[in-house]
Structure formats: C-alpha cells, structure tokens
Design a protein around this ligand. Structure first.
Ligand code: UT7
Length: 316
C-alpha cells in the first residue's frame, strides 16, 4: 500500500473566548484548580448564531490554500466528529457543497471521539490508494459546547469547539503512516447519548478513570508505532498528543525523555476539542515553522469509545 503525507494544514476557531474566571461564575470551581489539574486557561465556544459548519469550511479552505491544492483535485473528504451540525447531510457532505469538491468522490463523517482524526487519516490512506485523485481532505471538527452539562463542574470546564484540517497526498513508494488503532466498547467512562435518546444530550465522563486509561494508552500507542515503523524516539521530529489534559502529555514526555522543542501543548488556549485537537496542533506547528517539509511526526490520540491510536506521518 502506498502511504500518505501531509501537504497543508488549516484551522477554524470560534469567536467566543471562555476563561476560567467566566466558569467560576457558573459552577463551583476556580482558575487555580482548572489550571493546576488540566492546564486549561481558556477555550473557544461557538457564539450564538456561529455555526461549526462555517468554522469547518474555514479550516478546510485554509488547508487547501496552504497545500496549493484546488478543490477539484480532492479524491475523498472525511470529517471526524461526534458533534456534527446535522446528522444528514453529514459534515463532510456539507463541505463537498461549500468547497465545491468533486461529486464523484466519497465524503463522509467518522466518529471515533477524540481519536477520530487518526482513524480518519488511516481511512484516507486506504481510500486514496483506490482513487484516481491523489489528494484527500481530512478534518477534525467539534461543537462540544453544545453537549456540555453546565451543572457538572467535572466536565464543563474541559471542552472547547474548533476545527483543524489537513490536505494529504498519496504517492507510489511513500511509506504508510503505519496507524495502530484500537477500541473497547464502554458506555460508563465516557458517554454522549444520541439525539433520539430520552436522556439529556449531555456528555458525561468518569474523569479519573479515563485519566488512568489515557496514561496507559499513550505509551502503548507510541511503542506500537515505533515498533511497526522500526523507528526510535530519536528518529521522531515532533510528537503530537491529543490535548485532553496537560498532565497526561507531561507524563508521556517524561517517560520518553522528549525534549521541549519536540512536543507542543495548546490546551491552555483551546481546552479539549476532541477530534479537532490533533489537527489544531498540526496547524499551529505548521504556522510557527516548527514542522514543515520532511518533518516526521508521531501522533497519538485516545478518548471515548473507548478508542486509541497512533501513526507516523510525514510532511511532504
Ligand atoms: O479527551 C477524552 C479523554 N478525556 C480525558 O483524557 C480526561 C481525563 N481526565 C482528566 O483530565 C481528569 O480526571 C479531570 C481533569 C477530568 C479531573 O481531574 P482529577 O484530578 O481526576 O480530579 P477528580 O475528578 O478526582 O476530582 C478531585 C476533586 C473532587 O473533590 P473531592 O471529592 O476530592 O472533594 C472533585 O469534586 O476535585 C473536585 N472537582 C473540582 N473542583 C474544582 C472536580 N471538578 C472540579 C472543578 N473545580 N472543576
């Protein structure tokens, strides 16, 4: 199988900035607690009337521009999301319309919660191998503020909205991203009911248990990707971790002795944006010139489902 590489990235960020101090007015919490336990200081939420579909389209347009790829060159479009604006049309079909992507290509949404972007990259690699068009659009987008239970201080402080996008290219002879992906069905640790459910459509989470799962899942994914690719930690130019809690990233960094110039945290500004978190990091790193042509990136995600995954992806 031929592999994919990233050609360009982009992001879309909602306008409403919610600070920890703002949350102090809603629930019994404090800026000190949130910062110390999570690393989060602000998060962006969609303002009234602001639509996640428009933010998703903005991220995708910027990624196309960054890649120098036109919509008619796209061979497949995937949106990783658990909070699409509408179930039908899917967020990916809406992007097909908004960006004028070709009509003879697969466009669909994929839900693997916080690991969604990595599931989508792997799926895109498979799709592009069978496509005459060799560019793909992979987006992670979430509107989590819509499913926040504002009476639950354990979760309402964590989540943010946003969208990150990558244009990838598939070429003969390029190595596969060697994705390792896994799932373990569990409704207790992290749960978001469907729209037809009798329950309120709120997200709930057993935070401490998910934390324990995450600190085991992250090194498992790193080890598996390194093993599958025959690489060592030193071979990696940048580690990109899902931004769920700064402490989870710090533990991984310590375990693998990753130097500060090889990892990144933007959780302080965005909070946990689930499927959007990894592409938001990629887009910021790209803009800051920290990753670019030739960079070898090990990305790791984990979250609801439960799901987890890792891959090694290069910048073209
Ligand atoms: O992206 C998907 C995957 N998600 C994750 O990876 C999230 C993983 N989990 C976490 O990040 C952490 O578990 C949390 C940040 C959610 C919670 O941190 P924690 O250190 O596990 O705290 P805790 O839930 O054990 O709560 C400790 C105390 C409790 O009080 P008592 O029982 O000790 O009196 C909570 O009631 O902190 C209390 N607490 C809060 N206090 C102030 C819980 N939330 C808050 C809050 N403000 N917002």
């Amino acid at each position: 199988m031929n592999g994919i590489k990233i050609r360009g990235t982009g992001r879309g960020v909602p306008s409403k900035l919610v600070t920890n101090r703002d949350l102090e007015k809603i629930v019994d919490t404090s800026d000190e607690w949130i910062t110390a336990r999570t690393g989060i200081r602000t998060r962006h939420h969609c303002a009234e009337g602001e639509r996640i579909s428009a933010i998703t389209a903005q991220a995708a347009r910027r990624a196309l521009e960054d890649a120098g790829v036109s919509p008619d060159q796209i061979g497949a479009c995937l949106v990783a999301t658990a909070t699409p604006e509408t179930l039908v049309p899917s967020a990916a079909c809406a992007l097909q319309r908004d960006l004028g992507l070709p009509q003879d290509i697969p466009c669909f949404d994929l839900n693997a919660a916080c690991t969604g972007f990595l599931f989508a990259l792997h799926t895109m690699e498979c799709l592009l191998n069978a496509s005459p068009r060799k560019f793909g659009l992979v987006v992670g987008a979430e509107n989590l503020s819509r499913v926040i239970n504002w009476a639950d201080r354990g979760t309402c402080i964590l989540f943010g909205d946003g969208a990150g996008a990558a244009v990838v290219e598939c070429r003969e002879g390029w190595p596969s991203i060697s994705a390792v992906l896994g799932c373990h069905g569990n409704s207790e640790l992290l749960y978001l009911p469907g729209p037809e459910s009798e329950e309120h459509g709120y997200l709930s989470m057993e935070g401490t248990r998910v934390f324990k799962f995450a600190v085991e899942a992250v090194p498992w994914c790193v080890d598996q990707v390194l093993k599958k690719t025959g690489r060592t930690v030193e071979d990696i130019d940048f580690f990109v971790f899902h931004q769920a809690n700064a402490r989870i990233i710090d533990l991984a960094v310590r375990k693998y002795h990753i130097p500060p110039e090889k990892y990144y945290k933007n959780i302080a500004e965005y909070g946990n944006t689930s499927a959007a978190s990894i592409p938001l990091v990629l887009s910021e790193l790209r803009e800051q010139g920290k990753i670019g042509p030739g960079s070898r990136i090990l990305a790791v995600g984990f979250g609801g489902g439960l799901t987890w995954g890792g891959c090694l992806i290069e910048f073209a």
